[in-house]
Design a protein around this ligand. Structure first.
Ligand SMILES: C[S@@+](CC[C@H](N)C(=O)[O-])C[C@H]1O[C@@H](n2cnc3c(N)ncnc32)[C@H](O)[C@@H]1O
Length: 211
């Protein structure tokens, strides 16, 4: 399917969720970070405001703040209705309810929208998409990819995953991907083959439990 503003449902996670999903330590946060497929997450806005170094890469950044804001407005209540229907697939430890989740998501996306125009001019939000990234080799210490690779395993092939992860490893010294589940909360159908192929290629891979 072509990537247009009408086909996407922008949904962004918060800074705190990024820290937990990727088990980010103070030392990780001191490095140069790439957030791949960051969408309207607030990690970049908050981490930059804290003095951190982060670039977000996502084809969403082809669009203006106003286009993204309108699309969030059009899609948000349906997205939360779907979460309510599928509540049993989520862990409700740190965020306790669908209402709280809706609040956290909306606050995070507002924070992103406030930061986006300046961040885009500063080169912190770059429009591009896997499997090809417009960055030099090893320019980042750490690449993060939240809720894109593995999650959409039904739509994105195993070959796309392998090419994309190699590309992330080309631009960053370390890559962390969360979750390793696909839609429906089952292990990604591509995970075992991707791990085997990367290990065969000499990459060190591990599956970690995170907060
Ligand atoms: C479910 S959202 C996740 C947003 C954010 N990472 C988070 O966890 O809140 C998936 C993101 O993947 C982005 N995306 C779609 N195709 C992509 C591609 N080829 N390369 C990188 N990102 C892509 C979408 O634009 C969207 O922002």
């Amino acid at each position: 399917m072509a990537y247009t503003i009408e086909t996407i449902v922008p949904l962004g996670r918060s800074y705190d969720e990024y820290v937990e999903m990727f088990a980010l330590t103070p030392s990780d946060l001191n490095g140069r970070i790439l957030g791949c497929a960051d969408g309207p997450a607030s990690f970049n806005a908050i981490h930059s405001a804290n003095g951190g170094s982060v670039v977000s890469a996502d084809p969403l950044y082809d669009f203006s703040a106003e286009q993204i804001r309108l699309r969030i407005e059009e899609t948000f209540s349906e997205a939360m209705r779907q979460v309510r229907i599928n509540q049993s697939e989520f862990v409700w430890d740190s965020i306790g309810s669908v209402d709280e989740l809706a609040h956290v998501r909306m606050q995070g996306m507002k924070r992103f929208l406030e930061d986006y125009p300046d961040g885009k001019s500063d080169g912190r939000y770059i429009s591009c998409g896997l499997p090809d990234l417009p960055f030099e080799d090893q320019i980042f210490d750490l690449a993060l990819c939240s809720h894109y690779l593995f999650l959409y395993s039904a739509q994105l092939s195993g070959a796309f995953h392998m090419r994309s992860i190699r590309e992330l490893c080309r631009v960053a010294a370390e890559v962390r991907i969360f979750p390793l589940l696909e839609m429906g909360s089952v292990n990604s159908r591509h995970l075992d083959a991707v791990l085997a192929s990367l290990r065969d290629g000499g990459y060190y891979c591990s599956v970690e439990t995170v907060p």
